[in-house]
Design a protein around this ligand. Structure first.
Ligand SMILES: [Zn+2]
Ligand SMILES: [Zn+2]
Length: 333
């Protein structure tokens, strides 16, 4: 099969993904093999490719927002019929036995496996995954539009829940890429007001088009005090600026898997019961809840589609803020 393989982490400007022929994976017991139609491109893929996350598997096929159809099932895998449309997300597998898994916090599992990072992912014509970590995909979403729901969407949803967004809440977004352009639709559905801080003018325009009350530069002060804010951009210098924008008791949620160092700041920015909390992975329940909600709202994603062979180009565009919405690789069918 064709795949985009990363042999050694390197800056994306050097086009480190090799579009080559590799052996097709075989589903082990409990696995399904999915014929990939599309795979979304996420900032986490960029962190893996550029080596900002420590290498877990080498070489590796990145990609963790797969939409495709089940084409083969390993021994004992009976959940999906051949031909069923499914999604594969970041969480490939958990051990199911550590104290976090037992407590219902599988997103914090001590021994997790991740799609496109510790196991091969979806920048390929097919991929295998345990059937219990695969999602049925609601009808009504074309493949391209569904792909960004699987990471950008699910992680954004977990961030929104941590932010405790209610009716009339004033919510700040820092960075307005794939996750934020989905999360704003959920936040507005819940009756919140969204204030978008982002460096790129195109992203500011997209925020306003999607219903933000205000959009400005990353470090500009929003016109009103915020009940909560979510930082999607991987830039630590945003943290003090976002704390400054919060009202007393406000909540700051950090949505990324990687962030540049956070500069020191005075205690007064945190005092008065402001909180900072990171979001780490997601549980399968988050995924199922979000996909149902996405169908109900319904979420409309904006995607820019590239062929699989041009994954490097898509990732370069992502790094340069050149994608309004989400990038998606078209693989097959
Ligand atoms: Zn565990
Ligand atoms: Zn992701």
């Amino acid at each position: 099969m064709k795949a985009c393989l990363l042999r050694t982490p390197a800056r994306i400007e050097t086009n480190p993904l090799q579009f080559i022929e590799v052996p097709e994976p075989e589903p082990a017991a409990g696995d399904v093999r999915v014929r990939v139609h599309v795979c979304g491109v996420c900032r986490t893929d960029l962190h893996v490719i550029e080596g900002e996350l420590p290498t877990r598997k080498s070489p590796v096929i990145p990609g963790h927002q797969v939409i495709g159809i089940v084409e083969d099932s390993g021994t004992g895998a009976k959940r999906f019929a051949t031909g069923a449309r499914v999604g594969i997300a970041w969480l490939h597998k958990t051990d199911g036995t550590c104290e976090y898994c037992k407590r219902g916090q599988e997103n914090l599992c001590d021994a997790p496996e991740f799609t496109g990072y510790s196991v091969n992912g979806g920048f390929a014509e097919s991929v295998v995954a345990p059937e219990s970590f695969v999602y049925p995909v609601p009808e009504g979403f074309p493949d391209e539009q569904a792909a960004p729901l699987l990471c950008a969407g699910i992680i954004g949803y977990r961030c929104l829940r941590m932010a405790e967004v209610g009716e009339n809440a004033k919510l700040g977004f820092y960075g307005f890429g794939a996750a934020a352009h989905v999360a704003i639709q959920v936040a507005l559905y819940w009756g919140a007001q969204v204030f978008a801080s982002t460096r790129d003018a195109r992203h500011q325009r997209l925020a306003m088009e999607l219903g933000a009350k205000w959009a400005g530069g990353t470090l500009d002060a929003p016109p009103e005090k915020l009940d909560a804010a979510i930082v999607f951009a991987p830039a630590g210098e945003i943290v003090p600026a976002a704390l400054k924008a919060l009202r007393k008791g406000g909540r700051l949620i950090l949505g990324g898997i990687h962030m540049s160092p956070i500069p020191s700041f005075g205690y007064d920015l945190l005092y008065q019961e402001r909180t900072i909390r990171s979001v780490t992975n997601n549980t399968r329940m988050d995924g199922e809840e979000f996909l149902n909600l996405a169908a109900r709202i319904p979420i409309r994603t904006r995607v820019q589609v590239y062929p699989l062979s041009e994954a490097n180009r898509a990732l370069n565009a992502l790094k340069n803020d050149a994608i309004p919405g989400a990038a998606v690789l078209r693989v097959g069918a």
